[in-house]
Design a protein around this ligand. Structure first.
Ligand SMILES: C[S@@+](CC[C@H](N)C(=O)[O-])C[C@H]1O[C@@H](n2cnc3c(N)ncnc32)[C@H](O)[C@@H]1O
Length: 248
């Protein structure tokens, strides 16, 4: 399975890079994700493509009732299985997001919050994944998902070839690039415009509540100029917050 091999190669480097105090996840992405997720006390949460499960554990520590978290990489499940102090209400397992709702551990379960942070873009059919997520949510449940901003790939593509920025933004061919966290690996995404993502949420029956494009404030830009140098060109991430309808 290509996705799994690609991500297994990057898993350890990815986690080491993310936890750094000056990573974009620490400075910009996770704070924005937490603002959108809101209070987790007493909530049942599903984290899709959770990476190490570090964020899922944070939510347990913040009072979530139960968190299910899965990833395609087999690098994450095993350490948790060996962790003696793992909270009993945290469930980390290996699963493919493309057809996650068929997994035995999720059968018959519904959630107050579903998250997919920097991950859904790696799936094959967005509407199909969103429909599974919608069915996994309780009425009025929240879905928070973030991806790399589509302009990031557009800028990269237009820099690499003789292609205009708008043309690159609308180019649908899968885009492969050297792994950010392990350059001998490759990451592949199916680029999508913002309108395609929004329309996919609507098609799956979601009500869109908020879209955010967090950027570095001047204080952070001064303190972390090496990060600002990247962000001022490549945008960073985009966040979508959507809800399942109240009437289910
Ligand atoms: C950029 S990381 C984000 C990890 C975590 N959500 C976070 O915010 O730190 C993307 C994750 O998606 C996972 N992934 C990629 N394709 C997947 C798939 N088909 N099913 C489940 N997880 C997948 C990778 O293994 C990786 O852990």
């Amino acid at each position: 399975m290509r996705d799994q091999m690609e991500w297994n190669q990057q898993a350890r480097n990815y986690e080491q890079a993310q936890v750094k105090t000056d990573s974009l996840d620490t400075l910009i992405e996770y704070p924005a994700q937490l603002r959108a997720i809101g209070d987790v006390k007493g909530k049942k949460i599903l984290d899709i493509a959770c990476g190490s499960g570090r964020k899922a554990l944070d939510w347990i520590n913040a009072g979530a009732d139960e968190v299910y978290a899965f990833d395609i990489s087999n690098q994450y499940e095993h350490p948790w299985a060996c962790e003696e102090n793992k909270p009993t209400n945290l469930h980390v397992f290996q699963c493919d997001l493309n057809h996650f709702s068929a997994h035995a551990l999720l059968e018959g379960k519904t959630f107050d919050i579903v998250t997919s942070l920097q991950a859904v873009g790696y799936g094959a059919n967005l509407v199909n994944i969103f429909k599974q997520i919608r069915k996994s949510l309780n009425p009025n449940g929240v879905f928070v998902y973030t991806t790399a901003h589509p302009m990031r790939y557009a800028v990269e593509r237009s820099e690499k070839g003789d292609i205009g920025l708008a043309e690159a933004y609308h180019d649908k061919t899968p885009y492969s690039y050297p792994g950010v966290w392990n350059t001998s690996a490759t990451s592949t995404v199916a680029p999508m415009t913002i309108s395609e993502r929004v329309n996919s949420l609507i098609e799956a029956g979601f009500v869109i509540e908020r879209i955010e494009e967090p950027f570095m404030n001047p204080d952070l830009a001064t303190k972390y100029p090496h990060k600002y140098e990247w962000m001022r060109k490549y945008f960073g991430m985009i966040l979508y917050k959507a809800r399942a309808p109240r009437d289910g």
